[in-house]
Design a protein around this ligand. Structure first.
Ligand SMILES: Nc1ncnc2c1ncn2[C@@H]1O[C@H](COP(=O)(O)OP(=O)(O)OP(=O)(O)O)[C@@H](O)[C@H]1O
Length: 486
């Protein structure tokens, strides 16, 4: 949809629902705005406690945001990738620069010092190509996509900090994130990187207020769309026309969050045409691209492909069972017969996952349970313990484990097959769950527990989809079980 169409649609919607939205805003907790209070002022660092995922079992917008936050917290190190970088620019003939060092970017010395203080020695793969373009003059717009942990946040924070003028005391950079917690994470990175600069960061998130007539003196505003819209458009606490860099982070999560698209487009319309617009996303599909095109014109597009997952090094089996109890029995036989390093077991619901974890613990297995009712902090601690090998078995639902990479896992058990909302086999999730067990030349093992004709039918569909045989395994036959690892 063209920018103007978007704008018209947004206006029409705005006229119809202004009042309803006001009411809704007060009612929703997720990353949105309180009404302005006449007295309070925004503090520099609001305290945050990450919330647990909502009750629903499969992913909704809030859950996507929780996943993103978890990823951010887990990535204490850069994800190194060998995958290809794809660059699309308006003028394919214009030269593309790439840098191998931060010095080559001619950063302000105090910013360079901050980058090194964070332990960054050299730019990551996406930063090598993105940063020269991001920092060049006149500024270019950019759409950048790459998986979590590859250095996107650091790239746009560096861009904001290199463009900000700390001697001018008004907001010059604006960064939108889908939730309160994600905004705070970006703020933390900004604070660290600017530790040798005199830069003030303001958080336009729920719980932070501006008083009527107040003019913000922060240099960088990081916030959620609803609050930013209120501060910028309704209360005029800062001038959108003075923003030099506008960042939309987590575009894919943003899209899934009700109302954020419209609010972002409205904020965008208040900016100057020559404001540098940047959009970052971990995925790059139709809705993300439509959103991107609505807010970022003539952008250089940089994409880092995800490393391919394949089933080539993975032996796949299925076991027929009558019911859940029998599935557990079969699992017990397998764990009792072959020596398994670390394994992940996927269940369809939280209830099954916690039941199974209880049963396995009773049998003496060191089991970790990763489940949706844990807070982000608790989840990242479960994952870190498992990574360190403190537990050998990680039992989880699909939602809780989405996108989590644990390289040392060699066995994946589908206690329940992955299915989509219509009950059809979810081949992509199947590949994603087990594809990582056979990476880097290691051989992996995938075991599927089947307890109905429907499941068997789904399994056959998965088999046909990938063109890779899934062998039947008799869980009562110990000799046969022993052979699966040979
Ligand atoms: N050039 C670099 N050298 C070393 N570490 C880096 C570099 N750039 C980023 N990192 C670190 O790598 C981790 C991931 O970086 P970053 O958060 O920027 O990635 P991201 O792609 O934005 O991930 P997410 O989408 O989860 O936010 C962070 O711990 C960050 O401090």
């Amino acid at each position: 949809m063209a920018d103007d169409d978007w704008a018209q649609a947004v206006d029409a919607q705005e006229n119809q629902i202004t009042e309803k939205v006001e009411n809704l805003k007060l009612a929703t907790g997720q990353g949105d705005a309180p009404a302005a209070s006449p007295s309070a002022t925004p503090s520099a660092t609001p305290s945050a406690t990450a919330s647990a995922a909502p009750e629903g079992e499969e992913g909704d917008a809030a859950d996507l945001a929780t996943q993103s936050l978890l990823m951010k917290k887990l990535h204490s190190k850069l994800v190194q990738t060998k995958s290809d970088l794809e660059v699309l620019q308006k003028d394919p003939n214009s030269p593309l620069y790439s840098v191998k060092s931060f010095e080559a970017l001619n950063l302000k010395p105090e910013l360079l010092k901050g980058v090194y203080a964070m332990g960054f020695n050299a730019p990551s793969k996406i930063q090598e190509t993105a940063l020269p373009t991001l920092l060049a003059d006149p500024p270019s717009n950019m759409i950048a996509q790459s998986q979590s942990g590859t250095g996107k946040t650091a790239a746009f924070v560096l861009t904001m900090l290199s463009r900000v003028d700390p001697t001018r005391h008004y907001p010059q950079c604006l960064c939108l994130a889908p939730t309160y917690e994600l905004a705070l994470q970006i703020g933390e990175v900004t604070q660290q990187m600017s530790q040798f600069m005199q830069v003030k960061i303001g958080y336009a998130v729920r719980g932070e207020r501006v008083s009527r007539g107040e003019r913000l003196t922060d240099h960088i505003i990081i916030g959620t769309p609803g609050t930013v819209m209120d501060w910028g458009l309704k209360f005029k606490a800062f001038d959108l026309k003075k923003i030099e860099v506008f960042v939309l982070d987590e575009a894919d999560v943003m899209i899934a969050t009700q109302g954020h698209q419209d609010q972002s487009v409205r904020i965008h319309r208040g900016l100057r045409k020559d404001c540098q617009m940047l959009l970052f996303s971990a995925t790059y599909d139709e809705p993300v691209m439509r959103f991107a095109q609505a807010v970022v014109r003539d952008a250089v597009v940089i994409r880092l492909r995800r490393e391919e997952e394949s089933l080539d090094n993975i032996k796949q089996f299925y076991i027929m069972c009558r019911d859940q109890q029998e599935k557990f029995q079969a699992l017990s036989n397998i764990y009792g017969t072959i020596s398994i390093g670390q394994s992940m077991i996927f269940c369809h619901t939280r209830r099954t996952a916690s039941w199974l974890s209880e049963q396995m613990s009773k049998e003496g297995h060191a089991v970790a349970l990763l489940s949706g009712e844990l807070t982000v902090e608790q989840r990242s601690s479960v994952i870190n313990r498992f990574r360190e090998g403190k537990e050998k078995v990680l039992i989880t639902t699909n939602v809780s484990a989405r996108g989590i990479d644990i390289e040392q896992v060699t066995v994946v058990v589908n206690f329940d097959l992955p299915i989509d909302q219509k009950g059809n086999p979810d081949c992509e999730t199947y590949l994603h769950r087990i594809g990582r067990t056979g990476r880097f030349g290691k051989s992996g093992l995938a075991i599927n527990m089947i307890d109905s004709d429907r499941n068997l039918h789904n399994l056959k569909k998965i088999e046909a989809h990938f063109g890779k045989k899934i062998y039947h395994l008799d869980a009562e036959d110990m000799d046969e079980i022993e052979k699966i690892t040979s």
